[in-house]
Design a protein around this ligand. Sequence first.
Ligand SMILES: [Ca+2]
Ligand SMILES: [Ca+2]
Ligand SMILES: [Ca+2]
Ligand SMILES: [Ca+2]
Length: 297
Amino acid sequence: MGNTTFAVVVGDFNRDGKADLDVLSGYYNGTVTIFLGNGDGTFTQAAGNPTAAGNPSGTNEAAVIGDFNGDGIPDLAVANDAGSVTILLGNGDGTFTPASGGPITMGETPLSLAVGDFNGDGILDFATVNFDNANISIFLGNGDGTFTQAAGSPIPVGSYPYAISAADFNKDGKIDLAVANSAYTSSSTGTVTILLGNGDGTFTQAADSPVTVGYGPRSAAVGDFNGDGIPDLAVANNYNDTVTILLGNGDGTFAMAASTMPSTISSASCAVSPWFGRMAHFGISSLCSSQKVRNRS
Ligand SMILES: [Ca+2]
Ligand SMILES: [Ca+2]
Ligand SMILES: [Ca+2]
Ligand SMILES: [Ca+2]
């Protein structure tokens, strides 16, 4: 695989009970590559891969797994920074067929994806940040791998949104969104925009949103760090080398935890830091993997 890997997504694409990998690597090649797990920690590149996804002159920055057509086989949504999302429908053997109507046009520079059923119809939907447009796009699934943009989309957020996560922050049974706005400068603080789902694919900004965090936030990982049953957020601040922990109050507002992560967090330290071990326990090991190796310039 290329010398620059942006993200790795784990799934069981050929449904043999062994974890497989979807690897996004290399600048400007518009592909994803599936490696099928052999069950012993080794992987074999699946037939038919790499798979084209989006503009071949763009870079695929993020991918998420979901069963978008409801056939029980994992599919992929892949964000291409040339401005599209490609839905790849799994064939069940590690190969994929692009959904009809794709790639789906997004705003400028989609860097991150979140999936959830935003309108409660039982069909997965997705959201992207549009880094260069200061907004996010909401697309509602039609059940066959095609999507329709939601009313009110795109939704304005903060400056240079970099990451997005979905969770029910106010515990009303409707999926909400957290967007890390990087500000893209080391001289002004970043923020997190909290958008509460209305249950129909539209969203309303929470009270106290946007929440100020550190400089250059590039992730918004969800977990319940204090065990109160309310989703919290861990936000990695790229220019501070810190992580801000925002504890959910249960109404869509957050309180900053008393302590933030120690400084000089790096990818290398993710594997050994007890903090990250704890986060992995809460199911947000993606915090490390979501750190992009690329320095956008
Ligand atoms: Ca599927
Ligand atoms: Ca839906
Ligand atoms: Ca909610
Ligand atoms: Ca909590």
